[in-house]
Design a binder for this molecule. Structure first.
Ligand code: PAF
Length: 308
């Protein structure tokens, strides 16, 4: 089965980047596209540091037939469950599924819909954005963590991944790693989307910095209640470091809002608020942001004028 291709669902920037890296590293891949492609391979261009390289990646349609032994899902969070369910008749209990999307909540949702499925989760700080159809700019080299709750040692399939992807490690405590990313995203993404500012503004503007403080306080209390004390203790420092390192960036949520796309708010702040309710921790600032971003989404009428 380790020789079977990794079918990649979600041919956006991260999907194409991972497909290219895996294929270059000798791990066979197949891009799964919404409609069956006219040719068996698709040219994918990855630009990085002034150079660009083109690869011919095998491609197929989600509606095609054939067993899927290994599936990597790189869609946006709200699309994960629907995307996997669209190929569920091609999977069985021996298939392995790696979910690499922002936010949390979809793995549990999927496990409910596909009981017994071998699901792994990942989180990455690789920076990539699309510069055209199947054209990706690899803007920043990052680290990828993959794991499965309760699995301390990496399974056999993981070694070729780690080799092909470079900075890619097995994470025995993947739930904590995902929670830490969620905590940082809760503190940065909704505020930048609401105020339409780059990440750095959250430290430069005093009022926004105070808001980040309040959000971090609430997120830390939920983290403690949920057993992620290591995350809560370091949170304000971690958030400051991420804001400083990404000061000139637009958060993914701001990019979604500006492009008139649905955001990942339900799988970021929505997941935090649901966890807070389960433990009886009050999170009024996060609840308010959740409502405001959902409000922005319901008024969505295509791309923001500045993006047109
Ligand atoms: O979602 C994002 O945009 C990123 O995870 C982060 C770290 C907040 C930087 O913009």
């Amino acid at each position: 089965m380790t020789d079977s291709p990794w079918h990649i669902l979600g041919a956006g920037a991260i999907g194409c980047l991972f497909a290219a890296k895996l294929q270059r590293g000798g791990v066979p891949v197949t891009l799964l596209l919404r409609t069956s492609p006219a040719a068996a391979t698709l040219p994918v261009v990855v630009a990085s540091g002034g150079n660009s390289s083109e690869l011919a990646l095998p491609a197929a349609g989600v509606g095609d037939r054939g067993y899927i032994a290994q599936l990597l899902v790189t869609t946006k969070a709200p699309d994960v469950v629907t995307a996997v369910m669209s190929v569920s008749d091609r999977l069985d209990r021996n298939s392995r599924v790696v979910l690499l999307a922002n936010g949390m909540g979809f793995a549990a949702e999927l496990q409910r819909q596909l009981p017994g499925m071998d699901i792994y989760s990942g989180t990455t700080t690789e920076g990539a954005y699309r510069i055209g159809p199947q054209r990706v700019c690899h803007a920043g080299h990052g680290r990828t963590l993959v794991g499965q709750p309760g699995l301390t040692q990496p399974p056999d399939w993981f070694a070729p991944w780690a080799e092909a992807l470079g900075e890619c490690c097995w994470e025995p405590n993947i739930e904590q790693a995902l929670w830490e990313k969620l905590a940082v995203n809760c503190a940065i993404n909704p505020l930048t989307a609401l105020h339409r500012c780059n990440n750095g503004e959250l430290l430069r503007n005093e009022n926004l910095a105070d808001e980040v403080d309040r959000l971090c306080g609430e997120i830390s209390r939920v983290s403690d209640a949920a057993g992620f004390t290591a995350v809560s203790q370091a949170l304000r420092g971690t958030v400051n470091r991420v804001i400083t390192a990404t000061a000139d960036n637009r958060s993914s949520m701001l990019q979604d809002v500006l492009a008139g796309r649905p955001t990942e708010i339900d799988y970021i702040t929505g997941h935090l608020v649901a966890t807070a309710r389960r433990y009886g921790v009050p999170v009024p600032c996060n609840e308010e942001l959740l409502l405001q971003i959902r409000g922005l989404e319901s008024r969505r009428d295509g791309p923001d004028p500045v993006q047109r």
